[in-house]
Write a protein that binds this ligand. Structure first.
Ligand code: SAM
Length: 251
């Protein structure tokens, strides 16, 4: 079971407020390219592909073929229909791919939804060719100083601390024969102003697992904080728009 239900309403909110525009992903394109070492026609399995934002980006950036595995029918329905993206129902512990058929695995903001991370690591080992990397884009327990959401809604750390840590993730993958190769925070740009963030927070509360964990009071307090900073055009707060997630690479 994922931590939240990705039904039609959540899928629509996710598309509207969680997908990062392509021009906000420049640093991610660079970082993934460095670790993936792409070659044309390589096969990437995108596990928990959501609405396909990264699946389509990998096809455009790297001329890759992507198998987008996603358990939620509502999320799958929003993945763009194109010949280089194969959309498949499945879970991280049950991937609809033959043995040794993929050149990389990508998991973006998914590891905290997977109930059996060790089982997922074994299944990923099965479908990857020897030496192929696993690239994990996520927030990890204990590493939240660069997360914008935590700056404005600090109580989100309560849930974040239950996410797999980097150490726990590495342990789960070590049992399947993977070793950590890199860990780096990678920035993304999706929101231009505090006003824009303020306008989005209600929808974000639907689409974001961490935001959903807030009580009404915690949410209102954070929104008031944001409203105050937006009204003051506080330049320090504007710098606080920046946000990064970690990229953990294992081979
Ligand atoms: C926060 S969304 C991320 C979507 C996409 N990876 C992205 O970054 O845009 C998490 C996704 O993981 C999927 N998911 C939940 N549990 C999963 C599991 N056990 N295996 C694979 N995917 C899962 C959800 O259905 C949802 O689409």
């Amino acid at each position: 079971m994922a931590r939240i239900t990705y039904d039609a309403a959540t899928a629509a909110s996710f598309r509207a407020v969680r997908e990062i525009p392509r021009d906000g992903l420049t640093a991610w394109e660079d970082a993934v390219r460095r670790h993936l070492r792409p070659s044309p026609d390589m096969t990437i399995v995108d596990i928990g592909a959501g609405t396909g934002a990264f699946a389509t980006a990998f096809c455009d950036w790297f001329a890759a073929r992507v198998v987008a595995v996603e358990p939620s029918e509502a999320m799958r329905a929003l993945i763009p229909n194109r010949p280089d993206v194969q959309v498949r129902a499945g879970h991280a512990t049950s991937l609809p791919l033959p043995d040794a058929s993929a050149d990389a695995a990508w998991l973006s903001t998914v590891t905290h939804h997977i109930p059996d991370l060790s089982g997922a690591a074994q299944e990923i080992r099965r479908v990857l060719r020897p030496g192929a990397p696993v690239l994990i884009r996520n927030a990890f327990a204990g590493r939240y100083e660069r997360l914008r959401i935590v700056r404005w809604f600090p109580e989100t750390t309560r849930l974040l601390d239950t996410y797999p840590s980097v150490e726990e993730t590495c342990e789960a993958f070590a049992d399947a024969g993977f070793a950590p190769a890199a860990l780096e925070p990678v920035p993304q740009t999706d929101i231009a102003s505090l006003d824009e963030l303020l306008k989005r927070v209600d929808a974000l509360r639907d689409a974001d697992t961490l935001m959903r964990s807030l009580t009404e009071e915690e949410f209102t307090r954070g929104k008031d904080r944001l409203r105050g900073a937006a009204g003051a055009h506080d330049s320090a707060a504007a710098a606080d728009l920046a946000s990064s997630l970690d990229l953990l690479v294992l081979r």
